[in-house]
Design a protein around this ligand. Structure first.
Ligand SMILES: O=P(O)(O)O[C@H]1O[C@H](CO)[C@@H](O)[C@H]1O
Ligand SMILES: O=c1cc[nH]c(=O)[nH]1
Length: 239
């Protein structure tokens, strides 16, 4: 079987898929952390691998950038490949000035500027939430690994370059920790399809101070977040 965007056969993805935006971050995770990793998708260069981590079958596949792209890949993995859990492992810009480069954030909620949710024709505003058990698995894993994990509301933005002069300040006033571009669509697909989702994010840049990591660092060095996600995948496999 294949979908318009994924060439893998049914059964070739694990119950839990880690999803970075960047295909080369997916490759790095497969090569660094998975045993016997097999490339199961490369349509449009969206690399997907399945292997084992400490004996547990785990997959990693890129989502591409932005909500339309995440919307397609998470929908197809959940609907056609029996994937139960997707953990996004992304980069994010700090809004809260207490966040430092490389801090790790779990998006308990994903507020958004996107119109992705209009398709559900809900007469109100849906809260886009992480799955509680997946979030708990990540929090517990971070503690076991001795990693600090900040948990809170994040912004999934349709824009990387945003023209509104007070955009960051206005979201920050409402307690938003950081900005990225995919989690809200992932959370909405998971809610609609009865699946579990979580976004883990590493702070890659601080717009307030101009501090930033390089593209190569975003691809290959956010290993603490990757390990939290992999340990959470082991916990979820036992449920
Ligand atoms: O590093 P990734 O996972 O791609 O995540 C962030 O980086 C991209 C923008 O540079 C967007 O996809 C944003 O969500
Ligand atoms: O979406 C993103 C990701 C990283 N940094 C940002 O400022 N925005």
């Amino acid at each position: 079987m294949a979908t318009p965007h994924i060439s893998a056969e049914k059964g070739e993805f694990a119950k839990t898929v880690l999803m970075p935006g960047d295909p080369l971050r997916a490759k790095f995770i497969a090569e660094t952390f998975l045993q016997d990793a097999v490339l199961v998708n490369n349509v449009r260069g969206i690399q997907g691998y399945t292997g084992t981590y400490k004996g547990t079958k785990v997959s990693v596949m890129a989502s591409g950038m932005g909500m339309p792209s995440m919307g397609i890949y998470s929908y197809e993995l959940f609907s056609f490949y029996d994937v139960e859990n997707i953990i996004r492992i992304g980069s994010a810009g700090a809004f809260n000035d207490k966040l430092q480069l490389r801090d790790i954030v779990a998006g308990m909620g994903a507020s958004t500027t996107s119109n992705f949710g209009a398709q559900y024709e809900i007469a109100g505003t849906l809260c886009n939430l992480a799955d509680y058990e997946l979030l708990t698995a990540a929090v517990d894993s971070a503690k076991e690994l001795g990693q600090d994990l900040k948990v809170g509301n994040i912004l999934s933005s349709d824009t990387f370059y945003d023209d509104r002069p007070n955009n960051m300040e206005n979201w920050t006033k409402m307690g938003i920790l950081c900005v990225e571009m995919e989690a809200a669509a992932l959370y909405m697909n998971a809610a609609r399809l009865g699946k579990r989702a979580l976004a883990l994010l590493t702070i890659s840049d601080k717009p307030l101070t101009g501090e930033e990591t390089t593209a190569e660092e975003r691809q290959n060095t956010f290993t603490q977040m990757m390990e939290i996600a992999l340990e959470a995948a082991i916990k979820m496999d036992k449920k």
